[in-house]
Design a protein around this ligand. Sequence first.
Ligand SMILES: CC(C)(COP(=O)(O)OP(=O)(O)OC[C@H]1O[C@@H](n2cnc3c(N)ncnc32)[C@H](O)[C@@H]1OP(=O)(O)O)[C@@H](O)C(=O)NCCC(=O)NCCS
Length: 146
Amino acid sequence: MIDSNKITIRESLPSDIQYIYKISKSSFTNSWSLSSYEEDFNNIFSKYFSLLYGDKLIGFLSIWIIIDEITITNIAIDINYRGHGFSKYLLNYLINSFKNFNILLEVRESNKIAINLYKNFKFEEMYKRNNYYKNPTENAIIMKKF
Ligand SMILES: CC(C)(COP(=O)(O)OP(=O)(O)OC[C@H]1O[C@@H](n2cnc3c(N)ncnc32)[C@H](O)[C@@H]1OP(=O)(O)O)[C@@H](O)C(=O)NCCC(=O)NCCS
């Protein structure tokens, strides 16, 4: 049973990046490298949010903000903490923090869990990019929330 009082979401600190990378590496077959995360973290268009349960970083969400559009670049929850609604806390936080922005993302066609999550939040499927992902090669679905 999750104690919602123990959940904190805040902008990520430079010292979070090592934990973010660890979660990413165990979540994505084609995870960004640690140096890509470090570089992206310092990009002026990027923002990172960490989800802590107690004092443990168990999830993160990263975005690019370009004018009035947000692109979700990565979202992941530590495998040991999945299925408890943590990703919904992160997306609610994002949507409430950026009310007048469109939000875009791309997702592997086979990632039904993530697609379900986004549909819950009224993201719509816009189009497909064939063979967009590598390792393994797969189509991307582009989804957008207006
Ligand atoms: C996708 C991910 C972030 C979801 O995180 P989570 O905290 O486990 O998800 P939640 O418990 O908040 O569930 C959110 C919704 O996801 C969907 N979902 C979660 N687990 C699911 C499962 N086992 N089967 C089907 N749908 C599922 C449901 O729609 C759920 O909402 P509901 O419980 O109201 O039905 C997590 O699975 C993850 O880190 N996956 C690896 C990284 C990844 O694929 N990121 C997305 C890249 S586009």
